[in-house]
Design a protein around this ligand. Sequence first.
Ligand SMILES: Nc1nc2c(ncn2[C@@H]2O[C@H](COP(=O)(O)OP(=O)(O)O)[C@@H](O)[C@H]2O)c(=O)[nH]1
Ligand SMILES: [Mg+2]
Length: 341
Amino acid sequence: MAEDGEVICANRECRISETGRCVEGLELEVCPHYGREPEVEEIADGEAETSDPGAGLALPGADTLTLEQASQVLRRSDARVIAIIGPKGAGKTSLIASLYDLFQEGDVGGAEYARSETLHAFELACHDARAASRRGEPDMERTGHGEVRFYHLDLAGGAAGDGLTLLLGDRAGEEYRSAVDDAAELSPFPEIRRADTVTVLVDGQRLQDAGARHNLRSEIVMILQALLDGGALRGGQRLVLALTKMDVVQASPHRDRAETNFMGLAAQVERVFGGSFRQVETCMIAASPKTAAVKRGTGVAEMLTFWASPAAMPAIVQPAVAPSLRAFARLTIKHEGGNND
Ligand SMILES: Nc1nc2c(ncn2[C@@H]2O[C@H](COP(=O)(O)OP(=O)(O)O)[C@@H](O)[C@H]2O)c(=O)[nH]1
Ligand SMILES: [Mg+2]
């Protein structure tokens, strides 16, 4: 129990009682951990505690799934694959971490957390996102070149209906850059080919700066072009362009210009790549805002609902495909409508 006047924080990494500062750099009224007792960590059945205290977060058995493990999940359950892509620093890790944080507080847009095979990976993402937030720069990517990793979530309720599995594909941001820089080195990005929804994160902070904004636009267009040229877009996927760091955009004197620019980018993407996707949507999120003006996780519930919502029915059902490919090849027909904004 905290004694009167004692400064406490549920985040074990936070030293606010000594330093007077939130380790995440947040204002105290928005920090979800400040003023709360640290929780006692539970070790789930079958999970051994690591013997190396220095590697305290690297518990075995609940790490991200490999492509092969993700394929097994897809064969046995009604799963959606969500590819989260974007240049380094766009906010991928923060988005994954904030989703996990939101589920710890309750349902997210009506969907409740049921189970995850990658619990520790989510915890690592939270740890990385907090460390990145503290440093004010992107997290250190844990995956090596050529790897893709998947976060696993079983949900129920809301858009997840009676039960739905989400596989969130995350890949080191640098690889999308190298796909841009060197088309010869282009990898096929299998998680994108298999994705039901491709989520491209557009860094709201970079949109503030006139020079960076121009580079950002061309970077996003080049990433999509590289995916198209590499055969990763199979025509049935949905695309979400998500403007991240909405708190920075909202607080900016150039807010209107930033939003107009984002919508301009979306229009350009629709024009150039609309034919390669079944649907193109936009949204705005603040996974890890730094001020009290915008709530932590703003827009994330809406994004989850879009990810989880049933893929719109195609006008024509494709002829039978091999069973193991069914989950990946549901739709190849362009479909209008089904807006979700
Ligand atoms: N202001 C603000 N910063 C954010 C938000 N989301 C992420 N960031 C910061 O942006 C930086 C990069 O985020 P990160 O998730 O590591 O990006 P990644 O490289 O795409 O995984 C970190 O300093 C984050 O704290 C947000 O909603 N608002
Ligand atoms: Mg990251």
